[in-house]
Design a protein around this ligand. Structure first.
Ligand code: UDX
Length: 435
């Protein structure tokens, strides 16, 4: 099939590259010419393990075409995927749909024969109806079907998530569009019955409902971790004991810092906005947002407590600053809250992240990026394990820090408290006894 992905960002690029690997011809369009040049030169504008190899292979075989010419790509394709960003509007909770409607207004000029227009971007319930109205005004309705097909790709795991999806959700009541999309997805859903056709509005809501639920699960276990610290119980035992109940499930029950990333914070806020619009009180999701915000402060206060409120000139090392491992994404990372706060209290911060230096900290005095783990840890007073990159999982801290009386704050519960105790290293974690 011939596909057009509009927006060569995370969603468009990962999906486009993976679709081309299934044998489709994919036109990836982006208005940013620099990005297109970069892609045509075989380089990735995003960090995603394994993506570059698949891109190069399919580019060579001419199944992947990168262009800024929207008209050309739209007219070539049978299915058009809208994959542009829907960030939070300034000073509001609602999703900014301006990029979506810019694209739709261009599409109405270029559509020349029957096309399926699929929204992959995360959009509030009823956006598909609005898109349809715009195209209907132009009397293009008979030759387009507007479908919602939310993506559930996790950064760092996106290729696996694409090839082995838990489900593919297709929101449309068009039998024709559903049949075509089913055959597009067949290679990845045939092994199990994971293809799910529903109404367009339901598909739009499934995405938000899923992300808000996962955010709730994380916040729940994070709050449980707070209680564990008080009652002398290990949160890992609670996660395991709860998670083995199949009705609960063991995934997304890892306690840690506040959740971040490009989806959970944005989507929970946008869901509240939609609920307000439809005069519904989603009190649980509202509480989750508050709890997650509060968690940033809670863990920062714990850092202060560990250092007995004497932060002046204390050297604090952050191992990892991204919101999760295997990504270079800093969006809504809790380190963006913690590092400036600790820095303001005159602590000296060193950080290392396998995805490189972060521009977000460039203007902060006494915040230094280190290229290797040993220089990051050397003579540090406090090591904070902020992001669970594999690189940080088997460290010999005594050899690295080369200093008496240093402390570790393991925000991801990677290390064993008992082993730390035996090594006589002062160790704090999340939802576990410290020593
Ligand atoms: C998420 C969704 O999982 C994906 O389906 C969606 O479409 C896009 O948003 P992503 O933001 O890439 O994916 O990351 P995810 O792996 O879901 O983690 C999000 C945040 O939750 C991270 O900050 C992570 O550290 C945190 N998290 C996750 C926990 O704190 N504990 C867990 O058990 C799981």
């Amino acid at each position: 099939m011939k596909l057009c992905m509009i927006g060569a960002g995370y969603v468009g690029l990962v999906s486009g590259v993976c679709f081309s690997d299934l044998g489709n011809t994919v036109y990836c369009v982006d208005k940013n010419k620099e990005k297109i040049d970069l892609l045509n030169a075989g380089h990735l504008p995003i960090y995603e393990p394994g993506l570059e190899e698949i891109l190069k292979k399919n580019f060579k075989q001419k199944r992947l075409i990168f262009t800024s010419d929207l008209k050309f790509a739209v007219q070539k394709a049978d299915i058009i995927f809208i994959c542009v960003g829907t960030p939070t509007k300034k000073n509001s909770n609602s999703a900014d749909l301006k990029y979506i409607f810019q694209v739709v207004n261009q599409l109405k000029k270029y559509i020349n024969k029957y096309k399926i227009i699929v929204t992959k971007s995360t959009v509030p319930v009823s956006t598909g109806d609005k898109i349809e109205n715009i195209l209907l005004k132009q009397k293009k309705r008979k030759i387009v079907d507007i479908v919602s097909n939310p993506e559930f790709l996790r950064e760092g795991e996106a290729i696996r998530d694409f090839i082995y999806p838990d489900r593919v959700v297709i929101g449309t009541d068009s039998i024709k569009a559903n049949k075509i999309l089913k055959s597009l997805y067949l290679p990845i859903v045939k092994k199990n019955n994971r293809y799910f056709n529903t109404s367009r509005r339901a598909a739009e809501l499934i995405k938000y409902a899923s992300n808000a639920f996962l955010a709730t699960k994380i916040s729940y276990i994070n709050e449980m971790a707070n209680l564990c610290e008080k009652v002398g119980v290990d949160i890992k035992d609670i996660s395991l004991g709860m998670g083995t109940d199949q009705r609960i499930g063991e995934r997304f029950l890892r306690a840690g810092p506040a959740y971040g990333g490009s989806c959970f914070p944005k989507d929970t806020r946008a869901l509240i906005d939609t609920a307000n619009l439809f005069k519904t009180n989603l009190s649980i999701v509202k509480t989750v947002i508050k709890s997650n915000e509060h968690r940033k402060l809670l863990l920062t206060n714990k850092v202060k407590k560990i250092l007995k409120n004497k932060l002046k000139n204390k050297v604090i090392t952050f191992l990892g600053v991204t919101f999760k491992p295997n990504t270079d994404d800093m969006r809504e990372a809790s380190s963006l809250f913690m590092i400036p706060k600790l820095n303001k209290l005159n602590a000296r911060i060193k950080y290392i992240d396998p995805s490189g230096k972060k521009k977000e900290f460039n203007n902060l005095k006494n915040v230094k990026f280190c290229k290797d783990i040993s220089s990051a840890c050397y003579k540090s007073d406090l090591i904070i394990i902020h992001t669970e990159w594999n690189e940080f999982k088997l460290l010999n801290f005594k050899n690295l820090v080369k200093k008496k009386d240093f402390v570790i704050f393991d925000m991801r519960n990677i290390y064993s408290p008992l082993k730390m105790k035996n090594l006589k290293i002062k160790y704090f974690a999340v939802g576990r006894q410290s020593n």
